[in-house]
Design a protein around this ligand. Structure first.
Ligand code: EPU
Length: 419
């Protein structure tokens, strides 16, 4: 089993380009399955979740080729409409293949999706919305059987919560259809806009993505296309907060400042300098940052839940006390016990964490339990004095392409080794 070994306490200096966003690539690959020509997708890092999506595409009959960070997906002629349970259970976003399969095949069979353990993750909004679009969906013993007896029926939908995955599934299902589907209270995450831009480049007519009302004018078919995935805003946030925790100065060459407004604001309020220019972001930290007061995670454009664990890691070494409230997932605090092993002073009640910053963390042997929690442990270990071991980096590999290289090129002493 591999692990990360970190000799912490080094300042971070250097510049990097942030790789493509996992949470954008996964729905784009489901969309590529619907295209009738070849799709060329640039800026696709090697991430375990991306590799699982490629296995699903291959199982469904697509030919997938990787040339560095470019993926080439050739369309499928197969009649397969079933995704094996072993692939579905590997990650949550496998559920976006439901909209894509319904659109292309008119039916699908799949198990409920898996993914990081963040508490219950129902799919009622997906099922309710796709049903209103004409799907007949049965769920028995953890398996979903879906059909579309009369094709997609355009509809006006209101989501009771702006679910990212449900918004993506609806967009995928309605992109090729007769009539106009409107999603009210849609998720506004940048990854939704990226999906719409990709689909529009393939011939779809989708307006309003990135706002709370998305209008999908169904088209007859999607063509092949060439597209570059947006940079990963959570990786950018991770590097920015790691610099605030470790001190130093880094440049993120291609980060999109508009996607990072809550992070920039919190860092600036705490005393970290963030310069925004056309070429990217520069983060400079010379002193111990002040804690952030109270932060609650919210759907975009609020503070992102995926950056929450990294903020808690940073907060552990700030001056004063911070209160962090996780508002999206029920159970996202598994990493906090491990942060305590590194010397963090954190009290939790339900979804609330109260963090009293300590002058310095100390190296320890800790275990990742999920993707963002693992990244938070990495940031804490980079800031800690002495050596740390992070076990189960496989969780981190779901969303960060070689985290040891990301921080290694910023001057951190971090290596991947075998136990
Ligand atoms: N929800 C429901 N019913 C539904 C769908 C969602 O109750 O039908 C609830 C969920 O249980 C959760 C909340 O709504 O409490 C948010 O779920 P959402 O559907 O918005 O999230 P998701 O599509 O499952 C994506 C990202 C997550 C990210 C969330 C929120 C992907 C592959 N995953 O998940 O990313 O945290 O949006 O922004 O896009 C990660 O990258 O580490 C990660 C977990």
């Amino acid at each position: 089993m591999s692990c990360l070994k970190i000799d912490g306490g080094k300042r971070l200096y250097g510049e990097i380009a942030v790789h493509g966003a996992k949470n954008s690539i996964l729905p784009l690959l489901a969309a590529a399955y619907m295209c009738q020509g070849q799709t060329v997708l640039h800026n696709c890092p090697f991430l375990s979740d991306v590799e699982i999506s490629l296995k699903i595409l291959e199982y469904l009959g697509c030919k997938c080729e990787r040339q560095g960070s470019t993926l080439i997906i050739s369309p499928s002629n197969s009649n397969c409409f079933e995704i094996p349970e072993c692939l579905m259970r590997e990650m949550r976003s496998s559920i976006v293949f439901m909209g894509a399969l319904l659109s292309k095949m008119g039916s699908c069979v799949m198990s409920l999706p898996g993914g990081c353990e963040l508490g219950p993750r129902p799919i009622d909004i997906h099922i309710d919305s796709l049903t209103k679009l004409g799907a007949v969906i049965e769920c028995n013993h953890g398996f979903l059987t879906c059909s579309l007896p009369e094709g997609i029926k355009a509809a006006e939908l209101y989501l009771k919560f702006p679910s990212v995955g449900a918004t993506e599934n609806i967009i995928l299902a309605a992109a090729v259809s007769n009539g106009t589907t409107v999603i009210h209270n849609a998720a506004r995450e940048p990854e939704i806009e990226d999906l719409a831009l990709f689909l529009n480049s393939a011939g779809a007519e989708i307006n309003g993505a990135g706002s709370d009302t998305v209008v999908i004018n169904g088209v007859n078919r999607l063509n092949g296309t060439e597209y570059t995935v947006m940079p990963d805003r959570i990786i950018a946030a991770t590097c920015m907060m790691a610099t605030a925790a470790c001190k130093g100065r880094i440049c993120l060459n291609n980060a999109n400042k508009n996607h990072l407004i809550p992070i920039i604001s919190i860092l600036r309020d705490g005393g970290t300098l963030v310069d925004v220019s056309d070429s990217g972001l520069t983060v400079t930290s010379h002193f111990r940052q002040h804690n952030f007061g109270t932060v609650t995670t919210q759907p975009y454009p609020g503070f992102p839940t995926d950056a929450g664990p990294i903020l808690v890691a940073l907060s552990s070494v700030c001056k004063g006390t911070g209160v962090f409230i996780e508002n999206i997932f029920d159970s996202r605090f598994h990493y906090i016990d491990e942060l305590r092993l590194l010397g963090a002073d954190i009290k939790t009640v339900g979804r609330v964490a109260v963090i009293t910053g300590v002058k310095s963390l100390v190296g320890a042997d800790v275990v990742s339990h999920d993707l963002r929690g693992g990244a938070a442990l990495t940031v804490a270990a980079l800031a800690a004095k002495g050596c740390s071991i992070i076990r189960k980096p496989c969780y981190i590999d779901r969303g960060y392409q070689k985290i040891e290289e990301i921080f290694g090129c910023l001057g951190a002493d971090i290596k991947r080794t075998e136990d």
